[in-house]
Design a protein around this ligand. Structure first.
Ligand code: SF4
Length: 427
């Protein structure tokens, strides 16, 4: 998957896939600039920050001093060999990078966990305990006539979601499809991107995020014919909730969208469960589905590879020599807090913003240049970004498509997968 150039000239790339959030838009145009790369078309604030980040190529370091890559790899291998229980965390990389860190964790007898697992587990718990009815980005884009955005600042987390999935003027089945209704269920959600000919009504129901579950549960009850007394449901007027239920029942394809990182309050998995159960009920008489976003920093690729290689979702320990899954016991932050680990390997290859947790145990940091850990790591190896410095593959947020990433510039920054394989070989 070397760089594909267009007729515009050398270093002008079309149909580029963007790795900087989970929806992996694959229509960007990237060209050269005096400082490196420039997003020419179909960018967003996140992709511009990622692709246009200036190339810096710092040296690997041990104890804050510049060393060769081989010396840094040897030092990392020594630390893992001497560790009783290493954590392999962050996991912000492409499929090959996750494959390599899983293999290293297996050989090193450690635990794997992604930086965004806390948010992902708001979904996993529901999927594991009661199942759900979900759709894909493509299905939602082409079929939905009602979108409910549940308590999530989708535009901030995925800046082109509305443009690509909700506001598209044509669909796979019609050049002139019917207008769509978009309901924002939550407070202070950015609605600015919901515009254009495809959009019919835009409704705002300002309910506190941690009360969305109450609204959905009430709608379920009303749908089953139950009586609910009182004029206030979850902070909303009863009439607004009844109106939303009627819209859901009348929709030919409704979609409830949420992004787990936005549901950041105690027991938020119960809100995801309320959404999920509502969707199941409405689905008995109409077509309705959920669409969970998130998946930034390679979280979906990490979860997928963990499943392929260990047979379990993330939060797996190889300490016993075989994979052992426990979503609570092997939660990285809990383990660090309880001082159950004596070494952290942190991998963050997309942005310098994914800093490792502040911990006083020794750290091996494989990171994007300019990443700023709170403490000097024992070993620091700067690595390239998939989709810019090297080719790769990532799994999209809806788990149904893997997209190829291209190498867009020449850099000396190594692939995380190559570094990890060398550390494993040196163990
Ligand atoms: S919305 Fe996400 S995938 Fe699309 S261009 Fe922006 S950061 Fe990249």
């Amino acid at each position: 998957m070397e760089s594909e150039k267009s007729s515009h000239g050398a270093n002008h790339h079309t149909n580029v896939a963007c790795p900087f959030c989970g929806i992996l838009c694959d229509d960007l145009e990237i060209g050269p600039s005096s400082e490196g790369l420039k997003v020419l078309k179909n960018g967003c604030v996140k992709s511009v920050a990622g692709f246009e980040r200036k190339l810096v190529e710092p040296s690997p370091q041990v104890d804050g001093k510049d060393v060769s890559l081989d010396e840094a790899i040897a030092a990392a291998a020594r630390l893992i060999r001497e560790s009783h229980l290493p954590i392999f965390g962050g996991l912000a990389t492409d499929v090959e990078g996750v494959r390599a860190i899983m293999a290293l964790a297996e050989k090193g007898g450690g635990i794997v966990d992604h930086a965004l697992s806390d948010a992902q587990y708001r979904n996993f718990k529901v999927l594991q305990t009661s199942g759900w009815v979900m759709t894909t980005l493509t299905e939602a884009r082409n079929r939905a006539d009602l979108f409910i955005i549940a308590g999530s600042d989708v535009h901030k987390l995925h800046p082109r979601f509305f443009e690509r999935i909700v506001c598209n003027e044509a669909s796979m089945f019609s050049d002139n499809p019917p207008k769509r209704t978009v309901v924002f269920l939550g407070e202070g959600l950015d609605q600015s991107a919901v515009k254009g000919n495809r959009i019919g009504e835009v409704l705002t129901l300002p309910v506190k995020t941690d009360r969305i579950g109450e609204v959905l549960d009430a709608m379920r009850a009303l749908n089953k014919g139950a009586t609910i007394t009182g004029d206030n449901i979850g902070g909303l007027p009863r009439a607004a909730v009844e109106d939303l239920l009627e819209r859901c029942k009348a929709a030919s394809y409704g979609v409830v969208v949420w992004a787990p990182p936005s549901l950041s309050f105690a027991n938020a998995d119960l809100t995801v469960q309320a959404v999920s159960e509502f969707v199941k009920d409405i689905n008995l008489t109409s077509r309705f589905a959920g669409l969970a976003l998130g998946g930034n920093e390679g979280a979906v690729s990490a979860g997928a590879v963990c499943g392929w290689q260990s047979g379990f979702p993330l939060r797996v320990s190889f300490a016993s020599g075989k994979p052992d899954y426990d979503s609570e016991r092997y939660a990285m932050n809990r383990m660090l807090y309880a001082k159950e680990s004596d070494l952290l390997l942190w991998l963050a290859s997309f942005t310098p913003d994914l800093s490792p947790p502040d911990t006083d145990i020794p750290m091996i940091l494989l990171g994007t240049p300019s990443i700023k850990p709170a403490r000097t790591p024992k070993v620091y190896i700067p690595v390239g970004t998939p989709g810019i410095d090297h080719a790769g593959i990532m799994v999209r947020v809806d788990n149904v498509v893997s997209l190829p990433l291209r190498k867009l510039r020449n850099s000396t920054l190594p692939r995380a997968a190559d570094v990890l394989e060398k550390i494993e070989a040196a163990l």
